[in-house]
Ligand binder design. Structure first.
Ligand code: LLP
Length: 445
């Protein structure tokens, strides 16, 4: 059994998390709010987002960019990590661009009040509706392939005001992460080869389309920043070629996002985001110098590393069960609100919200209520004795959990509460049964 270190686990929680000593014992608080009270008021499973952590992560990026990149820079938030109206509004206030995939995310962002300049559109097989919505609402549209560029050209004839266009390069270089979240390799479904990018650039210029940027994204949740360097070099070789052949230079270069985060105490210490930003900034700077190219605007596109730590999932233990070799803690959420362990083998940790400094007993297997043996949120986790009714808090739950959630077994999507200055605000109310059959229609008579 590995050791149980609740204080180390606590480091994965939002910056505002604390253990409050009360007469009954220690109680987990976030932004000064007792997690038990929040669970009482909003029910469980419950997703909490801590404003202070989000702000801190953003400032870490902004300060690192200002310090290390001599040119202009900008940050896009990858909305696929977690998007709702309030989150889009927060991005608006912070001056962030929001990356949307598909017409519906674009419409959500526009509905939240984001102006065109703060909406950027990605997607590997954009439908006509996606392209039309991007044309009317977005400031940047990232072209994934040549067929898409031709479809866009058709649509562009009816529009006087087009978003800026970027080309998505497939550099043939991935990052070290789960194969499901690698995107930069040669056989990835995303983006265009260098040769296709040259063709795309030529078509854009011939058709007087507003081509302004070059983008690549090698994958998501990687921890070694040096893997971005060769992709930057590759992209700038392409830029040099396109400048030579066509006289075009990108105003913006976007090396995507994907910086990883620690999910488990075993992932600590984790290289800080400053190292990632510095590596990219230096690589871009020196690659431009070596090729005698002007510095482009550097636009980073983080999702997880901005929002993951701000989020905490709160579950209530319903049943404690012993099988020959396992102590099971059965909780009220699982693969419906967090598919990541089942999909990628993602490894999480959890802290009891009450008296976490109790002595550990046998490791626990934390599983959800769904009819799947794979519905195991955390395997083999050192924990104290846990009674039915206790709350477990899972840190680093802010990214790709709710955005990939489902209604499996009729699960209602959980409530989401924003914590700021000691006050909770409901951002998304918990689904009710009617939400599950709202779009259903009866059989014909
Ligand atoms: N830019 C592009 C073009 C992307 O496709 C993504 C993520 C990002 C930026 C942001 O990546 P991040 O900084 O959040 O790692 N569901 C998976 C992750 C899929 C990522 C998809 N694209 C997971 O739960 O790990």
């Amino acid at each position: 059994m590995h050791s149980y270190q609740p204080d180390l686990r606590l480091q994965l929680f939002p910056v505002s998390a604390s253990l409050e000593k009360t007469q009954q014992g220690e109680r987990l608080a976030i932004a000064g709010l007792d997690v038990h009270d929040l669970a009482q008021d909003y029910g469980t499973p419950l997703y909490l987002y801590d404003q202070a952590t989000l702000q801190q992560s953003l400032e870490d990026y902004q300060q690192a960019l200002a310090r290390d990149y001599p040119g202009e820079s900008r940050i896009t938030y990858a909305g696929k990590a977690f998007l709702c109206t309030a989150m889009a509004q927060w991005c608006h206030r912070q001056g962030l661009v929001v990356d949307c995939t598909g017409a519906n995310e674009i419409l959500l962002a526009a509905h939240a009040g984001l102006p065109r300049q703060q909406i950027l559109v990605h997607g590997v097989n954009k439908s006509l509706a996606d392209l039309e919505t991007a044309i009317s609402c977005a400031g940047v549209l990232v072209i994934d392939n040549l067929a898409e560029l031709d479809r866009l050209t058709q649509l562009a004839q009816q529009s006087s005001d087009l978003p800026e266009l970027w080309l998505r390069l497939r550099p043939g270089l991935s990052v070290d992460t789960h194969s499901y979240t690698q995107t930069g390799h040669l056989d990835s479904k995303f983006g265009m080869s260098a040769q296709e990018c040259v063709v795309a650039a030529r078509r854009c210029l011939e058709r007087s389309l507003p081509l302004t940027g070059l983008h690549f994204h090698q994958g998501s949740h990687f921890h070694d920043p040096s893997l971005v360097k060769p992709a930057i070099e590759f992209a700038l070789d392409l830029v040099r070629e396109i400048r030579h052949d066509l006289g075009w230079l990108p105003q913006t270069l976007s090396p995507g996002g994907g910086w990883g985060v620690p999910y488990h105490e075993d992932d600590l210490p984790h290289l800080p985001v400053e190292e990632y930003v510095r590596t990219i900034a230096e690589a871009l700077h020196s690659a431009c110098q070596a090729r005698n190219l002007p510095l482009p605007r550097l636009q980073l596109e983080p999702g997880r590393s901005l929002i993951a730590r701000a989020g905490v999932a709160i579950y209530r233990v319903g049943t404690v069960k012993q099988t020959p070799n396992r102590r099971w803690l059965l909780i009220d959420g699982g693969m419906a609100d967090n598919i990541r362990p089942a999909l990628y083998g993602a490894r999480y940790t959890a802290l009891p919200a009450f008296n976490p400094h109790r002595q550990p007993v046998a490791p626990a297997w934390i599983a959800g209520p769904y009819c799947e043996s794979g519905d195991i949120l955390i395997e083999d986790l050192p924990l104290p004795e846990i009674e039915p009714g206790e709350l477990l808090a899972v840190p680093v739950s802010g990214a790709y959990q709710l955005s990939m959630s489902s209604n499996y077994n009729g699960a209602a999507r959980p409530a989401v509460v924003w914590l700021e200055d000691g006050a909770p605000t409901l951002l998304i109310s918990r689904q009710v049964a009617g939400d599950l059959y709202r779009n259903d229609r009866p059989l014909p008579q």
